[in-house]
Design a binder for this molecule. Structure first.
Ligand code: UD1
Ligand code: CA
Length: 476
């Protein structure tokens, strides 16, 4: 990725991208900056940066930050984009004024809004191509959504003309203009020279007393420059997220799009509108997802799996033919081919469940590695533990991995059998093929093939109940 501002000669053929992300998001009533609110499992701004990154190198993408600038900067720093400060937020026009020095060396600049997250790179390409083809000073990306209220409207020269006379903000609309269906998306392409030549002529003579970038349309137009508009194919991708309700609409649209992508690739998703699936999740064909499942983060799922209702899988890798029964929670773990999990199992980070292994009802694992065919079917806690292939962990077995200060490891070999309700006090090693009697408290290593029983011997007193009753009768 080369920096495209050569020190001696301006790279006039190139384009910069400016993403306006300095606003507070007053309409959200939230402490969190608007662009860090999430749809589809990631912040609005991350979506916009991802789209921009398809058409420009990070070194040419400038994010205008202001409200809680450090927080915004930090959350997307890893993308390698550049930042521009807008210390006081005096409107979208002012945001671009603050980016003046950054963009001066580029021939063109694409302006995106940090709160319009569903924009696709293909649409940005079309906008840019149209801008070049029209040789326009300003090209506005527009749409005709079902409900245009709240958005700036596009005043075209005439109905069929690509040329635009002005953008009128909602609060300045005359009653006749209210019915204009075409809205401003807040996404534009500019030739930098005319933009910067007229940018300082913006005036705060509007409802908010701000410098509106939208006023550039009329400004450039009256200076004789060419201002055109191109309509996006789908309105949804240019809708803004100003309120939580609007964000949740976009969230639903985004997740449904992800579900459709997976279904087109052969995955069955029952009632997809009830499932929460993050954009980067991958699922192979012939896997079945039941209603009310959440698949989050970088989860990868193989073929022929079934994820039953109410399970939440985050940042996990599942092999082929895995069954996740109802109500399981899996995080940062892997489950190999043919394994069966749940119902009501909790795989915490670092769990590695081997091929054909079983993790059953109310079993919790953490940093636990189970070998091929190992089974822990009921009511167990396996933390910081390895369990060899074919080993059976009885109901209620607990690894005592924490001494109040440090975590210790339990190692259980292959083909071993740990009786129900045993506690294994780590560090401890149960070797291959060893048996542990039910109800044992194991504090020392058990050698291969041995039986360890660590419990009090049973005492049985014949006739004790009748004798006690007789004594009680006497006292009366
Ligand atoms: C803006 C447009 C409107 C358009 C709509 C599309 C203006 C005046 N209006 O309205 O025509 O229909 O977007 O979604 O531009 N921002 C800054 N600095 C500021 C103010 C805003 O960086 O000083 C950023 C915000 O963080 C946001 C973006 O610019 O990401 C748009 O600002 P917002 O206040 O949401 O504008 P809208 O009222 O939605
Ligand atoms: Ca907005």
């Amino acid at each position: 990725m080369s920096k495209s501002i050569p020190s001696s000669q301006p790279a006039l053929a190139s384009s910069a991208v400016v993403i306006m992300a300095a606003g507070k998001g007053t309409r959200l009533r939230s402490q969190r900056p608007k662009v860090l609110h999430e749809v589809g499992g990631r912040p609005l701004l991350s979506h916009v940066i991802a789209a921009a990154s398809h058409i420009a190198a990070p070194a040419d993408i400038y994010v205008v930050v202001g409200h809680q600038a450090d927080r915004v900067r930090q959350s997307v720093a890893s993308t390698g984009v550049q930042f521009v400060e807008q210390a006081e937020q005096r409107g979208t026009g002012h945001a671009i004024q603050c980016a003046r020095a950054a963009i001066a060396h580029y021939a063109n600049v694409l302006v995106l809004s940090g709160d319009v997250p569903l924009i696709r790179p293909e649409t940005l390409e079309q906008l840019r191509a149209f801008h070049f083809a029209e040789k326009a000073a300003m090209t506005i990306l527009t749409a005709a959504p079902q409900d245009p209220s709240g958005y700036g409207r596009i005043l075209r020269r005439s109905q069929d003309s690509p040329e635009v006379d002005a953008i009128i903000e909602q609060k300045a609309l005359t009653s006749a203009q209210m019915s204009i269906p075409e809205i401003n998306s807040g996404i534009y392409a500019f030739q930098t020279t005319p933009l910067l030549a007229y940018l300082d002529q913006l005036r705060p003579d509007n409802a908010h007393g701000e410098l509106y970038l939208t006023d550039m349309a009329a400004l450039l137009r009256s200076a004789g420059a060419r201002v055109v508009a191109i309509q996006a194919a789908q309105a949804i991708e240019v809708l803004g997220a100003n309120t939580i309700a609007e964000m949740m609409e976009l969230d639903a649209a985004l997740r449904l799009a992800t579900a459709k992508r997976l279904m087109a690739a052969g995955v069955t998703i029952f009632r997809p509108e009830t499932c929460v699936i993050d954009a980067e999740v991958e699922v192979a064909a012939d896997t079945v997802i039941e209603p009310f499942v959440q698949l989050l983060g970088h989860t990868r799922i193989g073929t022929d799996c079934r994820i039953r209702s109410y399970s939440v899988v985050e940042d996990c890798t599942l092999g082929d033919g895995v069954l996740i029964r109802q109500c399981c929670i899996l995080a940062e773990s892997s489950v190999a081919e043919g394994a069966k999990i749940g119902p009501f199992a909790h795989l915490r980070p670092g769990s590695e469940i081997g091929e054909d292994a079983h993790i059953g009802n109310f079993v919790e694992t953490k940093k636990a590695r189970l070998g091929k065919g190992a089974k822990a079917n009921h009511l167990s806690y396996l933390g910081d533990a390895t369990v060899g292939a074919g080993t059976n962990i009885g109901a209620g077995v607990i690894t005592c991995n924490y001494d109040g200060v440090h975590k210790h490891t339990t190692r259980i070999g292959e083909g071993a059998f740990v009786g129900s309700d045993s506690t294994l006090v780590a560090p401890v090693h149960i070797e291959d093929g060893a048996y542990v009697g039910a109800g044992s408290c194991i504090t020392r290593d058990v050698p291969a093939g041995a039986l360890a029983v660590g419990r009090a011997r049973q005492i049985t007193k014949e006739g004790w109940v009748a004798a006690r009753r007789a004594r009680q009768e006497e006292k009366k």
